[in-house]
Ligand binder design. Sequence first.
Ligand code: UT7
Length: 329
Amino acid sequence: MRRATITGWGKYLPPNVMTNKDLEKIVDTTDEWIQKRTGIKKRRIADEDTATSDLAIEASQEALEKANLDPEELDLIIVSTVTPDMAFPATACIVQDKIGASNAAAFDLEAGCSGFVYGLSVGAQFIESGLYDNVLVIGAETLSKITDWEDRNTCVLFGDGAGAAVLQATDKGGFLAFDLGSDGSGANALYMEAGGSAKPASLETVKNKQHYIRMEGNPVFKFAVKTMKRASLDVLEKAELTTDDINLLIPHQANTRIIKSARRRLKLDEDEVYVNLPELGNTSSASVAIAMAEAKENGKIKNGDNVLLVAFGAGLTWAAAAIEWNENI
Ligand code: UT7
């Protein structure tokens, strides 16, 4: 059976580090509160003149190198982001041009923090159908650009970065199953109010600070705890696996309490879950992509391992993927 598998992975993090101590100088918060309630110690922040595509390009070039693939061989580029360079054209088109992927179709996909896993599922369908052979899926964010640095409820959580994966065809292993879902009744728990057709940008929207992330932390927390477990179990069932078969869980990096709860509910050991949240904060749709690239770099994923990706985010959405890792096609 023709399946999609990941043959290349890459990440890019802007060099500028912002610590919890730095945040203490900006809003009424403490390093102790942030660490205790979220697990985050620091995050990366992009320069003023760095766009999301700049991070995406760096991560993509690393992933293409790992896959030993020329950019011209790419058939499709999908960028998942909630912080595109601009409303249109798609950030994926900017990446396509700058990396020299002259034969690739390109589009953006928006599913909040679940976007990268959604993107993998879309890319995998194109490969399984036989339409395309080489697909690049990117999760990239510059959340610092839409963060209200006066809002302590959100500004302590987010960071910038990008991760990328090259998908190619295999007849052994690869993506075994996906589980995707949404509950739009939770749309107002996590959103950016203005700048779209419902409320176009105006002097008023800028004055009212409606171009920033707004979040009801508690409902999102509860949704996350519930869906991380349910989506994980659903995707495992589709893949005909159990939690005992999992070698590594790579969850969306939003809050260590959410990750711990998922780990316990799935009865996994600490070393079976990849966590980089303390160093990077929540990078939305880049988070699973970066964590996966890091896990590969750190030798946490070997060929033949069963890897489970699971994410939740704005929408509200969720997404999970079960992979039998096979990078040698
Ligand atoms: O990728 C998806 C994006 N979002 C998430 O994953 C977020 C999910 N939610 C969460 O991670 C948690 O809900 C938060 C970390 C955002 C908040 O933690 P919490 O335990 O749910 O705290 P809370 O919102 O119930 O707030 C507790 C208290 C409040 O004070 P009062 O009302 O009890 O006096 C907040 O005002 O903590 C206060 N607080 C802070 N204090 C110091 C909120 N933010 C801060 C802060 N520093 N940065």
